[in-house]
Ligand binder design. Structure first.
Ligand SMILES: [Zn+2]
Length: 152
């Protein structure tokens, strides 16, 4: 019992030492995930083809987490602001959650690690960051430890 406790402490220490997004962080993530009820959420572009990739684009992704074409095009043309896009997306996701609580949402929350992927360039406004925030909130409610894996 003490050994497990010490080992968990050691793992937490490692987690702090190796910052999210680092290669070693990625390698150690599955190890941490097996030890605790936690969820590691990373973000990346659509060009990421590594483990735990989840396409959340309207073009080819999981529809429960995707925006609409209308929002995407209007945002691209500057017809709706980041704030308006965010409001719409959050509203959509609330409905999506109620509709697919036992489907896509349950599936994503049961994953130990997920990499949310979209076409937007790193550092730009993108719904992958909004979805990460939603998952952070859901983890809090469901007593799952949330780890922000950062942009990879
Ligand atoms: Zn995007």
């Amino acid at each position: 019992m003490i050994l497990i406790y010490l080992f968990r402490g050691y793992i937490s220490l490692l987690r702090e030492k190796y910052s999210p997004g680092g290669e070693l962080f990625d390698q150690l993530c599955p190890l941490w995930a097996d030890l605790e009820d936690l969820m590691i959420v990373c973000t990346s572009t659509i060009r990421y083809f590594g483990p735990d990739r989840l396409d959340i684009t309207v073009k080819s992704g999981v529809k429960s987490f995707a925006p609409t074409w209308d929002m995407v095009m209007k945002h691209k043309r500057g017809e709706i602001s980041d704030t308006q896009y965010t409001d719409r997306y959050l509203r959509m996701m609330r409905t999506s959650y109620l509709d697919n609580k036992n489907g896509d949402w349950s599936a994503i929350l049961n994953r130990r690690r997920v990499v949310l992927c979209c076409y937007c360039a790193p550092g730009n406004f993108c719904h992958r960051h909004l979805l990460k925030d939603i998952l952070r909130d859901l983890c809090r409610v469901k007593n799952i430890e949330f780890v922000d894996g950062g942009e990879i």
